[in-house]
Structures are given as C-alpha cells and as structure tokens.
Design a binder for this molecule. Structure first.
Ligand SMILES: Nc1nc2c(ncn2[C@@H]2O[C@H](COP(=O)(O)OP(=O)(O)OP(=O)(O)O)[C@@H](O)[C@H]2O)c(=O)[nH]1
Ligand SMILES: [Mg+2]
Length: 343
C-alpha cells in the first residue's frame, strides 16, 4: 500500500483531505489510490440529503452531524453542486452553516465543485465517499440539490436518501422531480414552524400511498422484488410507515432544523431504513444493483475512452462519410466496432 493510502486508512485527516482533492481533480494516480483503499471501504453508512433549493438541507445536515456525533460516530459530509444555478454561492452558505463543526476532529466536511467531469458528478461523489469510508467515517452525508439529472444520479450513491421539503416554496410536492420522489427513503418536512407544513405532509402522504400502490402493481417491471399478499394502506399513518416486511414505505416526519426539533426521529427513521436494507431480500438486492450499475457504468466509460482514442482517425473518416451520405451511421458503428475488436 502507498504511504498516502496507509495514512488515510489509519485516520490521518490531512491525508484524507489531500486524497479528496486528488480524487475530485482526477490527478493522475487517483485510480491507483482508489484501488488501494477499496478493501478498507464498505463500512460507512451513506445518507443522501436532497430536496428543493432553500428547503433547509444544510441546516438539517448540520443537525444530523450533531446527532451522529452524540452517538460517538465519525461523520463525513460532501456538499455537491455548490455551483448550481439554483443555489449559487451555496458553498459559502454551507460552510457557514456547518462551521461550528470545523474544529471537531470527528467531522470532515468537503464541497465538490461541478466541472462536467466525464462520468459526471455521481462518480466524483462516489469516489469521495470511498475516501471518507476508508478514512473511518461511520456515516457519510451527501448533500445535493434535488434538481436535474446529475443530482438525481448522486442520490444513487447513498444507501438511504432523505428528501427535504419545506412549506411555502410554491407547489413544493409538484415541483420536486418525480425521480426524486421515487428515490426517497425518508421525507423530512422541514420548517414545520411555518404555516403549511401539515398540508405538505398530507400531500406527501397521498403521493407515497399512490406511489406504493403503483409500486406493488408494477413491482417486477421496475426491478423491485415485491412479494404477493402485501397489503398497502391507501394513506399511510405514522405507525404504518417504515419497513413492512419486504416493502419500505417512506416515513414522513416534520422537523424544524433551525431549532433542532424532530432530528432524533429522523435519525431513528434512517437507522430503521439501514436495518431494512441489510435485513431484507429487497434491501440487499438494492445494494447489489448499485454495485452492478457502478461496474457497468465504469466499463462503459472505459470502453468509450479506449475506442475513441484508438479509432480517432477511423472515427473522423466515418463521420465524414456519413456526412457525405456515402455511409449510414449504423454501418459506420458496426465497422468501427469491428476495427476496435481487431486491435
Ligand atoms: N423558519 C425556518 N427556517 C429554516 C429552517 N431550516 C432552515 N431554515 C432557513 O432556510 C434557509 C435555507 O437553509 P439552507 O439550510 O441553506 O437550505 P439548503 O436546502 O441547504 O439550500 P441550498 O443548498 O442553497 O439549496 C436559511 O435561511 C435557513 O436559516 C426551519 O426549520 N425553519
Ligand atoms: Mg445547502
């Protein structure tokens, strides 16, 4: 193992910071480092925190850090997409909202810039989570704005996704991406000190109920393992939410992040979800699916890189021919693939 990898695994914060930078910037050699630390990963619980801009994700994350620290856990935080047009300048805001943890050696906070990496944000985030995992974080929180496809991908990095909503942000339930609703494992209706929180909760309850009926109906098609005979209530009550055997119904919890209210309940719901993930066939299948996706995605990227650089001139020729209508794109692809195979 390289010295840097050894230092990370032994819990050296400066080594972890340096590795996070190298990984984010994709400094040559970063893949070797990731390879070295991989055997030391897989222990951390990864919690995604997502939701509309301004919903209170950072304030809530700050409270979650607190709660996990009280449990004696080492916490890593990755704030993604600070350059988003929706949350411009949030990097500073995030730092300010979490500065009280800056001097705590058990907390590691890092922002990730979005620079249109090949493989996207999700890969950078996943690689950085791995560094924090190897470094010994028990929990890694990934905060990302729930707008846009890239951000949606990031939620796939997490084991459990907490979707933060807030009343008074307009048609919040409708505004949030349908995809985000599907990835939600726990809902936090934040800013419950404001009017409208209860109606946001009711909207979500209805949506979750409709969603789970659709889920049961189309379970197999969407790749979920759904066992027969599972009763799904029309509107889940607080006691109904959570694990129902193989099915997980996202609980909806109110909180006031600024005052630290409702945080214990959120942490408890996230813990129950973690138990469901490791204790059910569906939960374990989900983990398997994530890793399979990662390997496939990585293979796809590597193949595209290899093929486009190996076939640079053939590729240009093919494009010119297609442009001249001397060749169709389908045949061009087949020929390029053949040429690549012959290499
Ligand atoms: N009234 C009230 N305000 C809150 C609550 N939680 C957060 N806020 C305020 O809402 C604003 C946005 O909070 P942030 O935590 O920055 O929200 P965010 O979702 O991280 O925002 P972006 O990262 O920019 O998308 C801040 O002014 C917070 O003080 C709450 O529970 N009640
Ligand atoms: Mg934020």
């Amino acid at each position: 193992m390289s010295q840097l990898a050894e230092r990370i695994v032994s819990g050296d914060a400066r080594a972890a910071a340096r590795a996070m930078r190298d990984v984010d910037d994709r400094i040559p050699g970063y893949l070797d480092l990731l390879k070295e630390i991989f055997p030391s990963t897989g222990r951390a619980t990864v919690v995604g925190v997502t939701g509309n801009p301004g919903a209170g994700k950072s304030t809530l994350t700050d409270r979650l850090i607190d709660a996990y620290r009280k449990q004696g856990k080492k916490v890593g935080v990755i704030c993604v997409d600070p350059t988003s047009p929706y949350s411009g300048g949030a990097i500073l805001g995030d730092r300010i909202r979490m500065t009280r943890h800056a001097s705590d050696a058990g907390v590691f906070i890092r922002s990730v810039a979005t620079r249109g990496h090949l493989g996207g944000l999700s890969r950078s985030a996943r690689d950085m989570v791995r560094v924090l995992d190897a470094y010994g974080c028990d929990v890694v929180i990934v905060e990302t704005v729930g707008v846009g496809q890239d951000e949606l991908e990031v939620t796939r990095t997490a084991h459990s996704t907490l979707v933060v909503m807030a009343p008074g942000l307009g048609d919040e339930v409708q505004a949030i991406k349908a995809g985000i609703l599907e990835t939600a494992d726990v809902f936090a209706v934040n800013k419950a000190d404001r009017d409208g929180a209860d109606s946001t909760v009711r909207d979500l309850e209805l949506m979750v109920a409709l969603g789970s009926e659709a889920l049961v109906a189309s379970g197999k098609r969407r790749g979920h393992v759904v066992h027969g005979g599972v009763k799904v209530d029309v509107v889940p009550t607080a006691e109904d939410a959570g694990a129902k055997g193989e099915i997980w119904m996202p609980p909806i919890l109110k909180c006031v992040a600024t005052r630290g209210e409702g945080i214990q309940e959120l942490v408890a719901a996230l813990d129950r979800h973690a138990a469901w993930l490791s204790g059910t066939t569906t939960g374990r299948a989900r983990r398997h699916l994530r890793l399979a996706e990662e390997v496939r995605e990585s293979l796809r990227e590597t193949l595209i890189d290899a093929a486009t650089s190996a076939l640079a001139s053939e590729l240009d020729d093919a494009v010119a021919q297609v442009e001249a209508r001397a060749l169709d794109p389908y045949t061009a692809t087949e020929r390029l693939l053949e040429a690549f195979r012959r290499r």
